[in-house]
Structure formats: C-alpha cells, structure tokens
Write a new protein. Structure first.
Length: 58
C-alpha cells in the first residue's frame, strides 16, 4: 500500500500545476505537469511489475 500512497501523493502534488496550466495558460506549469506525469508513468510501471512478481510467486 506504500506504493499506492506514493502514487496518490504524486497526483495531489500536481494539482496546482494542472490548474495553472489549464486555467491560466502557464507554460512552465505545463512542463512540470509533463514531468510529473512521466514520473507517475514510471512509478505505475514499477508497481505493475511488483504486482506481477507477487502474483506469479503465488
């Protein structure tokens, strides 16, 4: 569950940048959003592999 909390924390930390980018057209915030989304993608992949390993060990 630690990984899930990590993922939720990442999403919450990007909320302000999402608002700045979409509501105020702040391009720097868009860059931070893109980086954050890439980090989340990588974490999601790690979680996926961890779940697969645990599942296969059975």
């Amino acid at each position: 569950m630690k990984r899930f909390e990590q993922l939720k924390s990442m999403v919450e930390s990007l909320e302000a940048d999402f608002e700045k980018f979409y509501d105020k057209n702040n391009n720097a915030a868009g860059t931070r959003v893109r980086k954050g989304m890439q980090d989340m993608k990588n974490l999601a992949q790690e979680i996926r592999l961890e779940v697969q390993d645990i599942k296969n060990k059975g």
